[in-house]
Design a protein around this ligand. Structure first.
Ligand SMILES: C[S@@+](CC[C@H](N)C(=O)[O-])C[C@H]1O[C@@H](n2cnc3c(N)ncnc32)[C@H](O)[C@@H]1O
Length: 249
């Protein structure tokens, strides 16, 4: 029997299926006060990247407080050791400041680098940033550019609702400038060490201690382990990198 499946084939998406599993998803499903607004398929992504922080002392920033439900959910999920900071442009969300013992709220514009810098000076460096704010290109890109380099070495940055990169009403940073396009460029940064082609291949076969000269890359390339694209979420995992090294053993 021939199998001529092609990646571009048009197939039907099931209308209903299990979207996520795990404690955080169960916590979300247990809420019924209309306080938290999340897409169901995000929870597997949260579990995968944020599960290791549960029960530890770490710092998380969520941009976008709205009705406070996600801050309450994070507080319960991560536990009392976590320091949770919420940011919103809407002054009414200040009502959630201190509502849960480990939650602080600050008012400001996520597109304003000076505000974010002062926030980071006060509460950072953050181990986790979740951008669930206004979702425009300028907001997402400015927040990422300012906060990401200031995060802890193994930090995780999550930009949510990146489907807005495909919606014209969120395109406030000029033609073709979107968070998705910005993150795609970051993939090129990750591969900067290899731009030398055959020379790079030869260099990375030499033992690191025997190599001559040094290799310059961008800070992003030197401090990033991975860029992961999910449906409507981009996850950046931070980790200090060294020059690549290949070996036959
Ligand atoms: C999608 S809601 C947040 C939902 C919440 N995280 C949850 O899971 O239930 C988006 C929030 O971002 C806020 N927001 C919009 N523009 C913003 C900006 N420029 N800076 C900070 N917050 C902004 C809105 O006021 C709104 O409360």
């Amino acid at each position: 029997m021939s199998n001529d499946k092609k990646l571009g084939d048009h197939v039907q998406l099931p209308a209903r299926d299990v979207q996520s599993t795990g404690d955080l998803y169960d916590l979300f499903l247990s809420r019924n006060d209309r306080g938290v607004h999340k897409w169901h398929h995000y929870f597997d992504v949260y579990e995968r990247h944020l599960g290791r922080f549960r029960g530890t002392a770490f710092r998380v920033l969520e941009i976008g407080v709205s009705k406070g439900g996600s801050l309450s959910m994070w507080s319960e999920f991560f536990g009392p050791e976590a320091r949770i900071v919420g940011v919103d442009v809407d002054p009414q969300t200040l009502a959630f400041d201190g509502r849960w013992a480990n939650v602080t709220v600050r008012i400001g514009d996520q597109a304003d680098p000076a505000f974010l810098a002062s926030l980071d000076d006060e509460f950072g460096p953050f181990d986790v940033v979740i951008d669930d704010g206004g979702h425009t290109a300028r907001q997402q890109i400015n927040s990422f550019n300012l906060l990401y380099p200031r995060m802890t070495e193994r930090g995780v940055y999550i930009c949510e609702d990146t489907h807005t990169s495909y919606w014209p009403q969120f395109a406030d940073a000029g033609p073709g400038v979107t968070m998705i396009e910005h993150a795609k460029k970051m993939i090129d940064h990750l591969h900067l060490p290899y731009l030398g082609g055959a020379k790079a291949f030869a260099r990375f076969g030499v033992r690191p201690e025997d190599r001559k000269g040094n290799l310059q890359v961008t800070r992003f390339a030197a401090e990033t382990f991975s860029v992961l694209f999910y449906d409507s979420m981009i996850v950046f995992e931070r980790r200090a990198r060294a020059e690549p090294f290949r070996e036959i053993r």
